[in-house]
Design a protein. Structure first.
Lengths: 344, 323
């Protein structure tokens, strides 16, 4: 790996996957399966109207979320997009709280105020779930600025899609991060589509890593279908980020399902989808772990059973959840008043 | 008690906040080395250094969003935007993030951010530097909107705004910076109530920011004609202090709202509606409004003067109510 600032512009490199130990490989597989099965269940629940509104699935993109989160510590922060179930689960928001949120229950991680697109969690420093494309990047700049000003060596990981690269907020934020040397790890999940418009139909320059490099930011292209490659890149990058050197990771990935539940997916070739399914990150890791002997007979079934049990529990939790009383409708428009002396 | 300009009062408020709390910093275009577009922050860079008096690129959306993010992570940022017209480039961050994060997160993430910006006409700056768009912001739940019209409020509103756990926008009318006033040594003010700037019993004139002195000028002229006008300074545009407004209108039985914003869909419409909703049967005449002409602000002085509310317009509006 080389830094873009040292190399000719655009001479970014693909991270190579490291060797891994058995337990860690199984852990990564477990995490990706949690996300995959969770989202598959979301489709079912949507068809039964238990989940409504906009539901954006990241099936196919699990390696990005899981790989990056492995590189973060508990004090680091995450800012993300409306396609963030995977980020939330991999970051450590419970499947219960996530599912309850999708079902609009007060037990949800945003009390049912946000839904699928706006998952928040103070405990894991998960700052949402931003549904304005590009809108989360300036927030990440500010979180990192606060860390810098207070002398804290923390990373803010900021996820966004390729579509965000066309937004002004992307460019403004890249410039500020590089200019002020802010500890932001920019994670661009390039799935080659901004909703239904293909990358080469909306960008004059389709090499996204060049855009970050043009701000003199270290910029790496990574195989976003390979969880080990993502993790390796994120670990190296976040080490540099923590020292005040922002990095940009272009995670090349693909969503196997439509943009949202409203999307009839008329703008892509089935052949293209099938091609990418050959690179499904989950079977790829299973194969790799099996080949290296890390996955023994029965291991996969055992992991699936664990994931299934967690999912059943989460669904039951969400369904047994309660609705916030309508008398609380206006609560949290502004902060609750501080307790007064009389009130204490 | 001392005589200070509005600009000096605001600068002193910034200085006090920066001294009082390490988490406070000022960020915006030309706030540092240039000294602030309106020279409000002149000298602060030398006193507090470039980390806390932070010059930004011309990236309104990113530096306002950065203020939100820094507020989320424990800082107390003051973001300066040169004019309200430029704030439109940051509208996404103000409306979609600052105003919504607490609610969307179910109460987990409040945004203790202060955004200051200049507003208003009167300096021949034409149609992209002169509008009064603060009324738009008063439409948005989740933010507090302030309009200091006096040196006392310029000096006193910033600290309570910084203590507010939620986002606060402060609109400074551009023609006020050079105005002078008396400032008491102890100048603590609140950021929740409207103020009666001149008591009277015949008519209530409601104004804020740059139109306060227009209203006071009209009241002075009306006094010469035997009409005692009460002048209310809204001060806090959202949430509105309805009680002060409507109780005055109920007492005087007549009300005129003066607003440098355009009439259609304006803050003046909201104030008028509240009076009508709450004390309709106490009124002796319909609520009158004096607003800016519905044109993009022209450059030529005589046209600009014609476009914005003048003392004579307010006097005429009061006289039209009869009584």
């Amino acid at each position: 790996m080389t830094d873009a600032t040292d190399a000719p512009v655009g001479d970014a490199v693909v991270a190579t996957a490291p060797a891994t130990d058995r337990d860690h490989g199984v852990h990564l597989l477990h995490q990706m399966l949690r996300i995959r099965r969770f989202e598959e269940r979301c489709v079912e629940l949507y068809s039964h109207s238990a989940i409504r509104g906009l539901l954006h699935l990241g099936i196919g993109e699990e390696a990005c979320a899981v790989g990056v989160m492995e590189a973060l510590g508990p004090d680091d922060a995450v800012v993300t997009t409306y396609r963030e179930h995977g980020h939330a689960l991999a970051r450590g928001i419970s499947m219960r709280a996530t599912m309850a949120e999708l079902e609009g229950k007060v037990e949800g991680c945003s009390r049912g105020r946000g839904g699928s697109m706006h998952l928040f969690d103070a405990a894991t420093r998960f700052y949402g779930g931003n549904a304005i494309v590009g809108g989360g990047l300036p927030l990440a700049i500010g979180l990192a600025l606060a860390d810098r000003m207070q002398g804290r060596h923390r990373v803010t990981a900021c996820f966004f899609g390729d579509g965000a690269v066309a937004e002004g907020e992307f460019h403004e934020s890249m410039n500020l991060a590089a200019l002020w040397r802010l500890p932001v790890l920019f994670c661009c999940e390039n799935n080659f589509f901004a909703m239904g418009t293909a990358l080469d139909r909306y960008e004059s320059e389709t090499d996204l890593s060049l855009k970050a490099a043009s701000y003199r930011m270290s910029s790496w292209e990574v195989d976003g279908m390979d969880v080990l490659a993502v993790e390796e890149a994120a670990r190296h990058a976040s080490e540099a980020v923590r020292a005040g050197d922002p990095h940009f990771l272009e995670l090349r990935t693909y969503r196997f399902r439509a943009h949202s539940m409203y999307d009839s997916d008329r703008y892509r070739d089935k052949g293209e989808i099938d091609h990418w399914k050959q690179h499904d990150p989950i079977p790829a890791l299973v194969e790799r772990l099996a080949a290296s002997g890390a996955l023994a007979d029965g291991d996969l079934e055992r992991i699936e059973a664990e994931v299934g049990a967690e999912l059943e529990d989460a669904v039951a939790f969400a369904e047994a959840g309660t609705l916030e009383p309508v008398s609380d409708l206006e609560r949290f428009v502004t902060s609750d008043p501080a307790p007064t002396e009389e009130g204490l | 008690m001392s005589t200070v300009s509005y600009r000096e009062a605001m600068r002193e408020a910034l200085r006090e906040a920066l001294r009082r709390d390490e988490r406070v910093f000022l960020m915006g275009e030309d706030v540092g080395r240039y000294g602030g577009c309106y020279a409000v922050s002149l000298g602060l860079l030398e006193e507090f250094g470039p980390e806390r008096i932070r010059d930004t690129p011309l990236s309104e959306s990113a530096f306002v969003g950065a203020g939100i993010g820094a507020a989320l992570a424990g800082m107390r940022p003051i973001v300066e935007i040169m004019t309200v017209n430029f704030s439109l480039l940051a509208l996404d961050q103000i409306v979609n993030n600052a105003a919504t994060l607490l609610y969307m997160s179910g109460g987990q993430f409040n945004v203790p951010l202060v955004i200051r910006m200049t507003t208003g006409a009167g300096r021949q700056l034409a149609a992209q530097h002169s509008h009064s768009l603060e009324g738009w912001y008063t439409h948005i739940p989740g933010i507090r909107v302030l309009a200091p019209a006096t040196v006392e409020d310029a000096r006193g509103m910033l600290w309570p705004a910084l203590c507010d756990p939620d986002p606060v926008l402060i609109f400074e009318h551009g023609t006020l910076y050079n105005t002078e006033g008396e400032l008491a040594d102890d100048s603590a003010v609140d950021i929740t109530t409207a103020a009666i700037r001149r008591p009277g019993e015949d008519v209530t004139i409601i104004a804020y920011g740059g139109t306060l002195r227009t209203a006071l000028g009209a009241a002075e002229q009306l006094a010469g004609e035997g009409v005692a006008a009460e002048v209310i300074d809204l001060r806090c545009l959202r949430p509105l202090d309805s009680a002060t407004i409507v109780s005055s209108a109920a007492r005087t039985h007549r009300a005129v709202v003066v607003d440098e914003g355009w009439r259609t869909g304006s803050l003046s419409a909201e104030v008028s509606a509240r009076i009508t909703e709450e004390v309709f049967y106490d009124l002796d005449a319909p609520v009158a409004r004096v607003c800016s002409a519905e044109v993009p602000m022209p450059y030529a002085k005589h046209l600009e003067d014609e476009a914005v509310p003048q003392v004579a317009d307010v006097v005429a509006a009061v006289q039209s109510l009869g009584g």
